[in-house]
Design a protein around this ligand. Structure first.
Ligand code: URP
Ligand code: ZN
Ligand code: ZN
Length: 468
């Protein structure tokens, strides 16, 4: 089956150019000048006139079915990957989870069982190490060498749940220095945060806003600094700071990168568009919708401005979603009367490509940088390039036709995530996803879902190709 995508503007991380794309089976066969494409015969022609033709988005940070705070994230691998497809994301990298005392390979197997046969788009796994011990350290080599899991997330937050102390972090980093894996870090000083949170509850400050106020930016910056220092002490282990929200933390990453360290960071759309005051501080219990960690930051400081700048300068390399949805009903409601019991997370896997395209429309990012931060760099960062993240001969035909003339209004009535509210309710964003191909198959077209659970395949990943 050969498909010709005709008349569009192909946008790779190198920039836009007018070209037609020939897909043969699951793979991009050629990117051609339109005049040369006249000679090509195809079984099917897709008219891309007026559209950007971009590589499918790669969301390197999702949590389908994640257990958290006595409940489980509301998107399954089936619903979450279908929602991803609707928004032009054709690859997710989710997190398998190990907790203290559990065997890492068995935990990975359990996550494979959840995802296998369920996904609408391709998927890989990072491994969360919640219990770094001698067995877990040994298991890191096996995962990196044989299972295609080449990145490990550690938590400086959530004491008693996923938290690792500095000694455990250093050991895991030393192990990663030996096997080439990337350490991903949730950088917040969880021990100090727990003290502030307990004091707030004791005072009677129990509403969602206090989730943000007890996780100050300085504790994100401190943990980021410490993580960078530990990675340097471990011998220069590649380090990737997840869900960065604070200017002060970004400054730590910028300084490390200026020294030449292999330190990278991602941010998420919620930190670019939503704020402590307007969302987390909404009346009553409403703010629970936006309880996530790291938290939303104050609009009276320059966080969002600095994060956009970081995306332009590459101090922030990637935009991921940290998609971890919990419904208000029965899930977020667990924290009525005590914000520390609100499950942490925001759902957004469906909206990342569009929210960052809005940054292009607003003059924050170039078209090329949109594609680079949302598809190409995450693919390179996590060992999926050049199979993913680029439209080039030999790459998987994961392709999105994005219509910049459209408008999409985000909201719970129209989204496809299994979530009873939208973090972006009523927000209009520039452009519309018109068609999505996953490995050559149309999975979204003209407002219809044509995909199926089980089309998505597991992606064993190589080492990061983004080190310097
Ligand atoms: O609030 C968040 N981020 N929930 C998901 C777990 C994590 O820390 O990434
Ligand atoms: Zn985290
Ligand atoms: Zn996360």
């Amino acid at each position: 089956m050969r498909t010709l995508i005709k008349g569009g503007t192909v946008v790779n991380a190198t920039g836009p150019h007018i070209a037609d794309v020939l897909v043969d089976g699951e793979t991009v066969a050629a990117v051609l000048l339109p005049a040369l494409a006249l000679e090509i015969t195809a079984d099917e022609v897709i008219d891309a006139a007026g559209c950007y033709v971009i590589p499918g988005g790669v969301d390197a940070h999702t949590h389908m079915e994640m257990p958290f705070g006595g409940t489980t994230a509301s998107d399954t691998f089936a619903t979450g990957t279908a929602a991803a497809a609707w928004g032009g994301t054709t690859t997710i990298i989710d997190f398998a989870i190990q907790t203290p005392g559990q065997a890492v390979p068995e935990c990975l197997d359990r996550w494979h069982q959840k995802a296998a046969g369920s996904c609408a788009v391709d998927y890989g796994f990072h491994m969360i190490l919640g219990g770094v011990d001698a067995d877990a350290l040994k298991a890191m080599d096996g995962l990196a060498d044989h299972e295609g899991v080449t990145s490990f997330k550690l938590f400086m937050a959530y004491p008693g749940v996923y938290y690792s102390d500095d000694g455990q972090i250093l050991r895991a980093m030393q192990q990663a220095a030996g096997n080439g894996a990337m350490i991903m870090m949730h950088a917040e000083n969880g021990i100090a945060i727990d003290v502030l949170a307990a004091q707030a509850v004791w005072r009677g400050d129990t509403g969602p806003l206090y989730h943000g106020l007890t996780r100050p930016a300085v504790l994100e910056a401190e943990a980021t600094h410490r993580a960078i220092a530990l990675a340097e002490a471990a011998g220069g282990t590649p380090l990737y700071i997840v869900h960065m929200s604070a200017s002060e933390a970004l400054a730590e990453v910028s300084a490390a990168r200026s020294r030449g360290a292999n330190v990278f960071a991602e941010t998420c759309p919620q930190y670019l568009y939503l704020t402590l005051e307007d969302q987390l501080g909404a009346p009553g219990f409403e703010g629970a919708k936006w309880v996530c960690s790291t938290p939303l930051r104050s609009k009276h400081q320059s966080h969002a401005h600095d994060l956009w700048r970081g995306l332009r300068t590459d101090d922030l390399a990637v935009v991921s979603t940290d998609h971890c949805p919990f419904c208000m009903k029965d899930q977020k409601e667990l924290g009525i009367g005590d914000f520390t019991k609100i499950p942490n997370g925001i759902g957004g896997v469906e909206h990342r490509m569009q929210l960052i395209y809005q940054g292009v429309a607003d003059g924050q990012l170039s078209l090329a940088r949109w594609v680079e931060t949302c598809a190409t760099t995450p693919a390179r960062m996590f060992g999926l390039y050049p199979r993913k993240g680029v439209i080039a001969p030999g790459a998987d035909a994961d392709i999105v036709l994005y219509d910049p003339a459209g408008t999409t209004v985000l909201g719970a009535a129209t989204h496809h995530m299994n979530l009873d509210y939208s973090a972006y309710e009523g927000l209009p964003v520039a452009g519309a996803v018109r068609t999505v191909l996953s490995r050559g198959r149309r999975v979204i077209d003209a407002g219809r879902f044509l995909g199926r659970a089980g089309h998505g395949q597991y992606l064993p990943r190589g080492l990061s190709s983004y080190l310097r």
